[in-house]
Design a protein around this ligand. Structure first.
Ligand code: FES
Length: 324
């Protein structure tokens, strides 16, 4: 693996933890030796392995042109799966965490105008996109909803980036974002970027039904109707997997996931959501034909067959060879 391989694992030192809003902290991460970090583009995320071993994905939200730091922000979710509570409840400054990435499944495409729609902590990738839009002199507007003003992170920096273009909509003051109206009023050719809770993503997806190519979304959860992990569908078949680096071969039966079987022989393999939406189990395919069931990869990426999400993905060929 090269040092810039996004699927490689690297140490990151937690230099700073800062309160950004109620229940939201940012982490500033750096190379332990002070070196430059792999470059990234707005929309990218990293997979961070927390001290407990839990892996979580966080969008990069600092300045993309800072070569020595990554910044991520974490919302404390009491009823989440535990990662955010660990981040908020652990003294992390000075600790070194392992990370993979950055990887980008939510890239900013060229457009004459950007309509950014952010809900809650979904503002993080959008913040990086707006920094880029400002640097490029692009036309943009942001509509950012949150439970309350105090819960909304980065409002100061966003306003500094373009006060007239930033519309803050705290729900307890102004209700919900008028998503359908905003999409309906967007000029032709607008690229709509949406990151937020599933209900918001669904509403924006519906509003963009007539112009699906204009829509770019990032989800925090599996979309409705996604195949749950372990249920590959009635046509699921057994297949054989060669783990090239480990020198092992395993058989995946129809009723088990590829990730499950791989973990028995490679317990360190990274994963998080197990539902095909977070990207943390992305694995390079060296041979064979992957059968994708995730919502991370684009059509072109699926077509290329270079990588796959092994938590939900299977194999269309009897033998699949993975870089594990
Ligand atoms: S673990 Fe989240 S995509 Fe596989």
């Amino acid at each position: 693996m090269t040092p810039l391989d996004p699927l490689a694992d690297r140490p990151l030192l937690v230099e700073q933890v800062r309160l950004e809003a109620t229940d939201v902290v940012s982490l500033t991460l750096a190379d332990p030796d002070g070196g430059a970090l792999p470059p990234w583009e707005p929309g990218a995320h990293i997979d961070l392995r927390l001290p407990s071993g839990t892996v979580r994905q966080y969008s990069l939200c600092g300045p993309p042109d800072d070569p020595c730091h990554y910044t991520v922000a974490v919302l404390r979710e009491e009823r989440g799966r535990g990662g955010s509570v660990e981040v908020h409840g652990t003294a992390l400054v000075g600790r070194t965490l392992r990370a993979r990435g950055p990887r980008n499944h939510f890239p900013l495409v060229p457009a004459p105008h950007y309509l950014f729609l952010a809900g809650g902590i979904g503002v993080t990738p959008v913040l990086a996109m707006i920094r880029r839009a400002v640097a490029d002199g692009a036309s943009w507007e942001l509509h950012y909803g949150g439970r309350s003003r105090a819960s909304m992170a980065f409002t100061g920096v966003l306003t500094d980036l373009g006060a007239a273009r930033v519309h803050l909509v705290p729900q307890d003051e102004s209700g919900l974002l008028p998503l359908t109206d905003l999409v309906g009023a967007a000029p032709p050719g607008t690229a709509v970027y949406c990151c937020g809770p599933e209900g918001m993503v669904r509403a924006v997806t519906d509003a963009c039904a007539a112009v699906p190519d204009a829509l770019h979304v990032e989800r925090f959860g599996a979309p409705p109707g996604a195949t749950p992990a372990g249920e590959a569908g009635p046509a699921a078949a057994a297949f054989t997997v060669e783990l090239r680096r480990s020198g092992l071969t395993v058989r995946v039966p129809p009723d088990r996931t590829l990730l499950d079987v791989v973990r028995e022989v490679a317990p360190d393999v990274g994963f998080s959501c197990e539902e095909g939406y977070c990207g943390s189990c992305e694995t390079r395919v060296l041979a064979g034909v992957p059968e994708h069931h995730d919502t991370v990869l684009s059509d072109e990426e699926r077509e290329s067959g270079d990588t796959m999400m092994i938590c939900v993905g299977r194999s269309a060929s009897d033998l699949l060879t993975l870089d594990l």
